[in-house]
Design a protein around this ligand. Structure first.
Ligand code: FE2
Length: 467
């Protein structure tokens, strides 16, 4: 049993948490500070003041989420409990994402690995009393990203309807996957890659993106766990092509960047399979081996005739970070080319939204918010904003909850605002029953709007069945 709150609550201890038995108790005889009472109410804990003494409640995650604090990594001290290392974008060298910090050596390792901000659990370990809570920060983050998306001026209609382009995009996607698979297998066997085979693939992907980017990009989210590296390469190619287009690059440059997207992880074919697909955390030496893929990939492409310079540069720079914490060359800011800065964002976005051997992919809206958070350090923040507007805060295929208590799938981006796409209703939350799918253009039907994105897993709904 432990008490918490002396610093944070700014009052005498009034809540006891029994971590072993998953219960907490509230002692009425002590006064609860106003802001904490408000937080307790918000988190659905019964009103403390009106309750009898020494009440005993089962702990639910949401009850103490306000005790999760966001701190800078240089504020870490032994005795703190890390709730989340906040570094989903890299294969970090720690056995767990949550653990108690016992010594300065661990703190030095965390800082050296490039983690700038992380989350601590102030119930399980020492607190930083004036740090922002997880909930406060995420409410702020949501407002900032929503404001950004709301202010974005959507460009005129796409030339080909989504439904039509999806048919073509499926063919292009399958073909691209096959070519990348063969190409990477050649590298694994020590053969030289034939770059000429890639040109038509990149051209077909580029044309599909130019006709309607949402078709290919929504298809790219569906990946088989065991074919991640190949499918990730195809996705990065498509996303980078779309990103370059919004940045108004010429088509010839876009295609060279797309080639870089397809090849960017080619160095992974020289990393042993057991490291590449290891379900658990990597050891220090395995981590070094994994990180070598960026420099190895650049070397392979340097020795391959006909590879565009842009593609070589993208491959070598896709793990560099804006604040100099990346690899292989620890470049920072303008030392990294603009395309290198762009592919870093694209690579992380696709990695986090994908199902991997060891983790379930996050929803795109959540990842875009993470990118916005990390953009303050690891990425070029302006480019992150461009990318969020490109993908849209609720991209096609996202399951959303409407104010009308309906669940719906985003089927077309908004004509006027990224916040008001066209959605297809799938489920009535109040009646707890599926509904006959019906399209609602939220830019026309102003009486309804999106409240938030929802987890398809939580509702047992596959949004892609409704596209
Ligand atoms: Fe990589």
């Amino acid at each position: 049993m432990l008490d918490f709150g002396s610093g944070l609550l700014r009052t005498k201890t009034c809540i006891r948490v029994d971590l072993q038995n998953d219960r907490f108790s509230v002692n009425k005889s002590l006064q609860v500070a106003g802001n904490i009472q408000e937080k307790i109410n918000r988190h659905a804990v019964p009103n403390v003041e009106k309750s009898a003494c020494n009440l005993d409640y089962p702990i639910r995650k949401e009850h103490y989420s306000f005790m999760i604090k966001r701190i800078r990594s240089d504020q870490l001290q032994p005795g703190m409990y890390i709730h989340d290392l906040n570094c989903g974008w890299m294969e970090h060298p720690f056995a767990f994402n949550s653990f108690k910090v016992d010594d300065e050596k661990t703190i030095a390792k965390i800082i050296a690995s490039g983690i700038r901000v992380l989350y601590i659990d102030s119930i399980k370990g020492l607190d930083v009393s004036d740090a922002q809570t997880h909930d406060e920060f995420h409410a702020e983050l949501h407002d900032q990203v929503t404001k950004l998306a709301g202010n974005h001026v959507v460009k005129p209609h796409l030339p080909v309807p989504l439904k039509e382009e999806v048919v073509q995009a499926k063919v292009v996607h399958a073909e691209a996957h096959n070519v990348v698979h063969h190409l990477m297998s050649d590298i694994r066997m020590g053969k030289q890659i034939e770059i000429a085979k890639m040109s038509p693939v990149v051209e077909n992907i580029t044309d599909s993106i130019f006709r309607n980017k949402d078709a290919f990009i929504s298809l790219s989210r569906i990946k088989k766990k065991d074919e991640y590296t190949f499918q990730h390469s195809v996705s990065v190619c498509a996303l980078l092509v779309a990103f370059c287009r919004t940045m108004e690059y010429e088509k010839a440059v876009i295609m060279e960047a797309g080639t870089g997207g397809l090849l960017h992880d080619i160095g992974k074919m020289k990393v042993p399979d057991f490291i590449l697909n290891k379900p658990g955390p990597l050891s220090d030496s395995e981590f070094v081996n994994m990180k070598s893929h960026a420099a190895i990939g650049r070397e392979i492409l340097n020795q391959t005739p006909g590879v565009p310079e842009i593609a070589i540069m993208i491959t070598g720079q896709h793990h560099e970070r804006f604040d100099g914490t990346g690899y292989p060359d620890k470049l920072q800011k303008d030392e990294i080319s603009l395309l290198g800065q762009m592919v870093a964002i694209v690579d992380v976005y696709d990695a986090l939204t994908s199902n991997r051997v060891y983790h379930k992919g996050m929803e795109p809206t959540a990842v875009l918010k993470k990118l916005f958070e990390w953009g303050k350090f690891h990425f070029n923040p302006e480019l992150v904003e461009h990318f969020i507007c490109l993908i849209g805060i609720y991209p096609v295929g996202t399951l959303v909850k409407l104010e009308s208590s309906l669940l719906a799938v985003v089927v077309n981006p908004g004509h006027e605002s990224l916040l008001r796409p066209t959605v297809r209703t799938v489920f009535d939350i109040k009646r707890e029953y599926p509904v006959t799918p019906q399209d609602i253009d939220l830019s026309i039907q102003r009486s309804d709007s999106i409240v938030q994105y929802e987890s398809p897993e939580k509702w047992g709904i596959d949004p892609f069945k409704f596209l």
